[in-house]
Design a protein around this ligand. Structure first.
Ligand code: SF4
Length: 222
């Protein structure tokens, strides 16, 4: 049997947070394997002014509006602190109404929103080699989500900060990979839980216990 690797998700002390407890034996703050990446991160904060500015702005927004401002408002405070005026919105076409509302708020607060929907370009899923049977609704035209184009269009528009509104799992990964501007998320899509993925975590010992009790995959490949 393979030896289990422990990490922060197995920690009961979280002493790194406030030094009120003790570090566990496997702690990533004091472990030999994690010293190199930790030191590299400290070097980056010390030497890279932009990274340091973003880190400080994030921490300031957290402290100044702790439990006061909803995320949509926090994004604007953050944008203001890093000097971002043109805000890219990479939106799911299914959340376009929410993105419109976000854009209206941004404009009201003096920002310049620029939104691109996931279906931009409108090319068929078959172009990616997908079979008709793999579509959400077989037998119909379905454009594939194009997060690479969303990123490249926002790059062209020279947005200062890009915000994800409900991109699918994986499409968000590609958008982040190709975006020139830094990216934050306003909405994390979860069609089943009204865009509240934590719902499955909060109920993982009750309604969603099947995620622990029953294998999702019938082989070792994941
Ligand atoms: S860094 Fe150490 S103390 Fe902090 S959560 Fe990870 S294991 Fe726990």
């Amino acid at each position: 049997m393979e030896k289990k690797t422990f990490s922060c998700v197995h920690c009961g002390t979280r002493n790194c947070r406030n030094h009120k407890s003790q570090y566990p034996d496997f702690c990533l703050t004091i472990g030999a394997d994690t010293q190199a990446p930790l030191e590299e991160s400290w070097r980056i904060y010390a030497e890279n002014d932009e990274v340091r500015k973003i880190a400080v702005a994030s921490a300031q927004v957290e402290a100044e509006h702790y439990c006061q401002a909803p995320r949509v408002e926090e994004i604007m405070y953050f944008a203001k602190k890093i000097g971002a005026k043109k805000i890219g919105i990479a939106t799911c076409v299914g959340l376009i109404d929410e993105s419109r509302a976000f854009a209206k708020i941004l404009e009201a607060q003096g920002f310049e929103p620029y939104g691109v929907v996931c279906k931009v370009g409108s090319h068929p899923k078959e172009e990616l080699g997908m079979a008709d049977s793999e579509k959400v609704r077989p037998g119909t035209f379905e454009a594939y989500c194009n997060p690479v184009a969303q990123a490249l269009i926002l790059n062209e528009a020279k947005t200062d900060l890009n915000v994800i509104v409900g991109l699918c799992v994986g499409h968000d990964s590609l958008f982040i990979k190709y975006s020139d501007a830094i990216v934050t998320t306003l909405v994390t899509k979860d069609r089943v839980l009204a865009h509240n993925p934590c719902g499955a975590l909060y109920t993982s010992s009750s309604y969603y216990s099947r995620l622990i009790d029953k294998p999702l995959f019938d082989d070792e490949s994941k």
